[in-house]
Design a protein around this ligand. Structure first.
Ligand SMILES: [Mn+2]
Length: 329
């Protein structure tokens, strides 16, 4: 059962808000949190398990600070964006019994929280934040940048956008008096100018291993950082499903990406990572085509598990995806 968005809106307006971000918070998560903080004011952001490269860039551009430890205050609204439990959050310590959840992942553990807006059909958490705000006619440009950055990033630069995505994006552009290229600054500098990211993608390609299963290609690679950029690179050179992992001092971190053809054939990386985490320990979850897994242990062995499960799933399945013709009909 979903909560009444008006009840959540009243709560956010009233404040003060204590907003929790998931581990290695992406643009959708960071954008949602900062949009709430700027729009309603009176908010503290908590990201004890880190913020992604692009998330950090957004925070820096908007001169926003996040707490790196879990904060606890009496009489604050506890708000969790883009996650809905310890596992998807990537750390423990949030008082779920008093939390409000705004998330667009599959509904898993929300019964823990008294108030939630969870809608898997929404392409981003930022859109749910926009809908919760009540689609105001005028918003601060910074709020617009945050919401649009989250939408653009979670939809693969609008490629996976629905009519609802674009309607929301259009309303946000109008309310904040922005153009799409005003938001591009959040992406440009990172994608094309940061040499560490470019080198990381090249290394990912250099260390690439892949399996062919009929028409399917499943690729894995091991790098030091920028796992999602590495996955994107592997998909762009022809993999249907890609996993990139890095070995950290205290364990491993793996990012997975699947293309439309693999998702249509039944690949759901979020569910797969979730079950691997349940069996091997660690945290895993996400969407059908984009997910993350982390835990203790050897990254090479874990990458092997990810790829063999995917191979098992795809074996014998026809590689269809949506052809241009089908999309036009
Ligand atoms: Mn998201």
């Amino acid at each position: 059962m979903k909560s009444d968005p008006k009840e959540i809106l009243a709560l956010l307006k009233k404040g003060p808000n204590l907003i929790f971000l998931h581990s290695n918070a992406d643009l959708d998560c960071t954008g949602s949190a900062v949009a709430i903080a700027v729009h309603f004011g009176n908010s503290v952001l908590c990201a004890p398990a880190g913020v992604s490269h692009l998330g950090k860039r957004l925070l820096a551009q908007l001169e926003m600070n996040v707490s790196e430890t879990i904060r606890q205050f009496d009489n604050h609204n506890i708000v969790v964006v883009d996650a809905q439990g310890d596992s998807s959050l990537g750390y423990v310590g949030v008082d779920w019994k008093n939390a409000t959840i705004i998330d667009h992942h599959r509904d898993n553990t929300a019964e823990l929280a008294p108030r939630y807006l969870i809608d898997e059909a929404s392409t981003s958490a930022c859109e749910l934040v926009w809908e919760t705000m009540g689609r105001p006619k005028k918003i601060d440009r910074r709020v617009g940048i945050c919401l649009l950055a989250g939408i653009i990033s979670d939809t693969g630069h609008l490629k996976r956008g629905t009519s609802r995505t674009l309607a929301n994006a259009s309303e946000i552009l109008r309310a904040s008096d922005l153009r799409l290229d005003d938001v591009q600054i959040v992406f440009d500098s990172a994608d094309d100018q940061d040499s560490a990211r470019r080198i990381s993608r090249l290394k990912a390609a250099q260390r690439l291993k892949f399996d062919r299963i009929g028409e399917w290609v499943v690729a894995v690679t091991e790098i030091g950082a920028f796992e999602s950029a590495a996955c994107q690179a592997l998909l762009s050179v022809g993999a249907d499903v890609a996993f990139s992992g890095s070995q950290k001092e205290d364990g491993f971190r793996i990012t997975g990406r699947a293309n439309n053809a693999a998702v249509t054939a039944g690949v759901h990386l979020g569910d797969m990572f979730n079950s691997i985490a349940a069996e091997c320990g660690g945290q895993g979850g996400g969407h059908d085509g984009a997910a993350g897994l982390s835990g203790k242990g050897d990254v090479e062995a874990m990458l092997g598990i990810c790829s063999s499960r995917t191979i098992l799933l795809l074996k014998g399945k026809e590689r269809q995806g949506r052809t241009a013709k089908e999309s036009l009909l």
